[in-house]
Design a binder for this molecule. Structure first.
Ligand code: SF4
Length: 418
């Protein structure tokens, strides 16, 4: 099977935008943004990291040359470097990864190599931040392209969350109820900035992943009367709904509107307040795609990620994290047809890895996570060769006053048991 990169370069009409065929450096220096393929509705916050010019030699090198240089640099560095590749990363980069996984699996994998001086994270900004929070003292975390952000993570910034918290605390007060439960607990999805994880650590809150969201919500309901969940409304809604929370008790908080666009009665009655955030990749999936897959492939098993909208999750056969999807495919004993609703690089890799099954992406238009796609082999070669020369570039550092409470929120998640 051709990699997404090859499909986009050889047949741009089959991808969501032909601009993806260009090297990221053609737009990295321009107006800050998430790059081609991002939703028009995604607005990058001011102050987001910008990537400077990639040296020309890496822009002009052929793919073969870049791969040879990456391999040579890794061989020279040996155990001094570990390269992490996210499931959604393009194959051209993943082939050089020492570990492949979701963001939290990768942050944990980095902890298994405490002697590595540098962790090169081929993912997006919040993932590199989490790796830095969990890294050993003296380890540097490197993001090959600083413009690789996450539009969903950027939809909840610390100022807006602090402001929302102030308004909510004014309504709820701070006194616990008769059962000792505080009025509200903040829960942030792993896909959020370190500042938000730190916020949760400071306010008795917790982090969740798409694998453990239900366990974490239970943890929060044991300690709080209600939850403020950010930044992904869909993961929050899908998880809370499956736990029996009625939709009318899950108001949305739009940070651009007074009281998040709600009235006081609605906020008082809330069980889960959902931040107005979403993933542009998973928002692309819809019920019509599922109906088409069922019509064309009778008996198809439809599995979608819980970042998809509620009606898509309801229409699918199953919903689960990237880890769940991988395990479900791997565990299928009989040849099965799978229609998967998650990022296309991961789906294509599953199809190549499990040829006994027919596996395809629910969205017929090839559109990768455009932010993760900013990590091109040219950037990977550059940061590795700089390390060989003794220079750490594109380092992601989380200040101690943020990292410390963020670590507390992450530790609460690790200690939460189903
Ligand atoms: S797939 Fe969505 S949530 Fe994940 S990094 Fe890309 S934009 Fe962010």
């Amino acid at each position: 099977m051709s990699s997404v990169d090859t499909i986009i370069r050889s047949a741009p009409g089959e991808s969501c935008t032909p601009e993806l065929a260009q090297g990221p450096w053609t737009f990295d220096l321009g107006t800050p943004g998430y790059g081609p393929g991002a939703s028009m509705g995604d607005v990058i916050p001011t102050g987001s990291p910008r990537q400077g010019q990639l040296p020309t030699e890496y822009q002009q090198a052929s793919n073969d040359e870049l791969h040879a240089r990456i391999r040579a640099a890794k061989a020279t560095l040996g155990d001094r470097v570990v390269v992490l590749g996210h499931f959604y990363q393009r194959d051209e980069v993943v082939q050089h990864a020492d570990f492949l996984g979701d963001s939290f699996q990768l942050a944990n994998a980095a902890q298994t190599v405490p002697n590595a001086e540098a962790i090169v994270f081929c993912g997006v900004h919040f993932m590199a931040e989490t790796a830095d929070i969990l890294a050993q003292p003296g380890q540097s975390v490197i993001l090959p392209n600083l413009a690789a952000g996450c539009s969903m993570a950027d939809m909840a910034d610390i100022d807006s969350v602090e402001e929302a918290w102030e308004q909510l605390t004014e309504i709820y007060g701070t006194e616990p109820d008769a059962d000792g439960r505080v009025p509200i607990i903040p829960v942030t999805y792993m896909n959020s900035s370190a500042a938000l994880k730190g916020f949760c650590g400071r306010h008795g809150g917790i982090v969740c992943t798409s694998s453990n969201a239900a366990t974490v919500l239970e943890w929060a309901f044991e300690r709080g009367q209600r939850v403020l969940f950010f930044p992904d409304q869909h993961l929050g809604r899908n998880t809370a709904k499956a736990m029996g929370v009625p939709l009318e008790r899950m108001p949305m908080w739009n940070p651009r509107k007074p009281l998040g666009g709600n009235d006081v009665a609605g906020i008082e009655d809330a069980r889960v307040i959902l931040w107005h955030g979403f993933c542009s990749v998973h928002k692309r999936f819809n019920v019509a795609q599922i109906e088409k897959a069922r019509a064309e492939h009778p008996g198809v098993r439809v599995i979608v990620h819980p970042e998809c909208p509620m009606e898509v999750v309801d229409a699918a056969d199953e919903a689960g994290s990237t880890d769940y999807i991988r395990k479900a495919v791997a565990a299928a004993a009989e040849p099965t047809t799978f229609a998967i609703g998650t990022e296309v690089n991961m789906v294509n890799r599953l199809a190549a890895e499990f040829p006994q099954h027919e596996i395809f992406c629910l969205d017929p238009v090839v559109c990768p996570c455009s932010t993760m796609y900013r990590i091109h082999p040219g950037y990977l070669a550059w940061v590795l060769e700089e390390l060989v020369a003794g220079r750490v570039i594109n380092q992601i550092t989380v200040a101690d006053d943020v990292a410390e409470p963020a670590r507390i929120a992450l530790e609460r998640m690790l200690a939460a048991k189903p």
